[in-house]
Design a protein around this ligand. Sequence first.
Ligand SMILES: O=C(O)CCC(=O)C(=O)O
Ligand SMILES: [Fe+2]
Length: 313
Amino acid sequence: MTQSMQYEPYTVFGPDELLTEAADVLGLAEHLMELEVNGYTVIPPEKVGSSQFRDELEAAVRGVHTRLVDADPERMKLIATGGAGEISSYALFDDPVFERALMNPVVQTLARAMTGHACRISLVGAAVKPAGNASLGLHCDSAMTEPYPPVQQFCNVTYAITDYSEENGSTIFVPGSHKLLRQPVGLEVDGQFAPTRSVAGMYAASIAKPRSVVAKAGSIIAWTGTTWHGAGPRSAPGERVSLLLYFCRWYLKTQANFRDRVPAESLARWHDRPRFAQLLDMNPVWGFTDDAMDGPKGVIGREVFPILDVPKP
Ligand SMILES: O=C(O)CCC(=O)C(=O)O
Ligand SMILES: [Fe+2]
């Protein structure tokens, strides 16, 4: 343990030096501000990575999707009835380009600003949403008992690999809804907020209208775990392609069990970048070790690693 080592603090009060530096270098300061104000933001392709990287991502997501559809077409159709498209939730190890997408300093800055430097990857979803796909009602992604704490516990960083627009079945957001710290209920799920308002008349919260997000192919759309969002059906021909990265704070249980599935080659590729293993929760802080007071394990699990030592893809 060196003097310069830093640990994820329990007290969260805003961007620290590491986040501020990364945001300045990557042009993300305004986007971190939008996350605070609106609960979501769109990072344009030129800030995300090269067009070659976008092409590789699309090929990889389509590759995973085709393989799964060929293996079990009915299962993928069933998944699509959920409204978010035909998703594979174990894509991370299917192609090394997904690892680069996860370690992209732009993704890391956004995720760490919302869910802390030691946040874990909970789910990696490779999604293809065909025309006519079911719509997805408003909800927020936080998976814990309400009332939600005002400090974010979950966040979503999604690569919009193809163009997002209303006709293309894009994600729909309710600006400012992240401050309500609860799931939408009743008619709110359909974006009807007037009945909520009438409950308390002039004293009720005025909830903003849901908005379809517009994003160019290669963008990132990021939102907090308490931001109300859904998705419209795709009316245009073709498919919406995306890669969703869902993060949670270091002490929460992830949706996917990456730790027991990570291939040795993946860990070897990122051997010099220990943040990768931390993202996969390779050293869980509450580690079920025989020695419940295994100090080093807890400490490694909460170490703050650099952001800008990984190049933009
Ligand atoms: O498909 C979408 O646009 C949104 C999916 C969603 O709700 C999510 O990724 O959390
Ligand atoms: Fe969601």
